[in-house]
Structures are given as C-alpha cells and as structure tokens.
Unconditional design. Structure first.
Length: 194
C-alpha cells in the first residue's frame, strides 16, 4: 500500500540556503534577495511525499524488498540489522522550477538563489517526513539513502517509481536519463531499526 503525505512549508533555514547558493555570509544584498525569493516561491511550493514500508532481506550486496531488489554494498551496509525499510519519494512541486526558469535569463542571481532555496526546501521536507516516520512508528531509523549515493545505481529509481507510482500519487515523473520532474525532488530508502 502506498501512502501520501502533504506538508505545510516549514521555516526556511536561511544559512542553509545561502550555503547552497555559495554565499559565505548573509550580507544585506544576499539577505534582501533571499527574502524576495522566499516570498515569491512560498505560494508555488507543493510539498508532497509518497511512501510504502517494505520488509527487507540483505544477502551480501543484494537488498531484497520483495517488490524489487537492488545490488549495492553501500545500501546493504546502511540497512544492516534492519528488517523493514521505508521507500519514499518527495517533491517540492513544479512551482519552484517555473520560477528558476523564469529568472534564468531575466535575473541570473535570483535564479541561483531560487535553486538554493529549492534544494533547502526538499531537504527540509525529507527531514520533516523522516521525523514523522520515527514518531508514527515509534522507532529509530537509519540515515536515508538515495539512488546515486555510493554504489547505489541511479537506475534503481525506476524500481522506486514503479512500486510507488509516483506520478499518480505526487505528480513526480522520471525521464530516460533518470532526471526527475519537478527537479526539486528526492527518492530514498530509510531503514527501520529493530
């Protein structure tokens, strides 16, 4: 069974956005630009997650989730001692992509700040979701692990998209190059300890 969660916009971590944007300090000009980006992007954000919980069996480098399996030494190490895992996809929505495209040639500095804001927003969404799972399941979890990390091949996203039906549940698509749309999106696997 696939579940879907919708989130309100959590508080923005300004230092994290500026770090993603490559700014060392929040100078007045960067702070003003960030304020403009936050105000403009807020209405277009659509924070959504779809997920399912799978039993997981680890055999050497093979991680078997029943509905699919992947070969990854790094993921197997991450999921060591886990009998279940949450497989999820999260997106900040298409609104931020539209703003980045709009300002790409009009105001490149604004586009860079919006890129950074989008990166911070999707990470904040993943953090909120993982925190919710810990509370709801009354458990501890392993750090989330995404396709493309370590030796977990990016093509494993196909399996995640297939089992979660991401397009139907949260409007998230995957192209032949393994790029997600909307771009400020994440797929991941998070082991449940115990």
């Amino acid at each position: 069974m696939v579940f879907t969660k919708f989130y309100e916009n959590p508080p923005v971590d300004r230092k994290e956005v500026l770090r993603y944007a490559g700014c060392r300090d929040e100078e007045a000009v960067f702070g003003k630009l960030l304020d403009e980006c936050i105000a403009e992007a807020e209405e277009g954000l659509s924070l959504k997650v779809c997920y399912s919980v799978f039993d997981v069996k680890i055999r050497a480098e093979l991680c078997d989730f029943g509905a699919f399996s992947v070969k990854s030494k790094d993921l197997a190490e991450n999921l060591k001692d886990c009998k279940r895992a949450v497989v999820f996809a999260a997106t900040a929505g298409v609104g931020i992509d539209r703003l980045i495209a709009k300002y790409g040639s009009l105001a490149p500095s604004k586009a860079v700040m919006l890129q950074a804001l989008g990166a911070e927003r999707i990470e904040a969404l993943c953090d909120a979701f993982c925190g919710d799972i810990k509370k709801e399941m009354n458990c501890e979890t392993k750090p989330r692990f995404s396709p493309g990390y370590g030796d977990l091949d990016l093509s494993s996203q196909k399996d995640i998209f297939s089992v979660l039906n991401c397009e139907k549940h949260i409007g998230l698509t995957l192209n032949d190059s393994m790029l997600m749309s909307p771009s400020k999106s994440v797929t991941a696997i998070m082991g449940i300890i115990g």
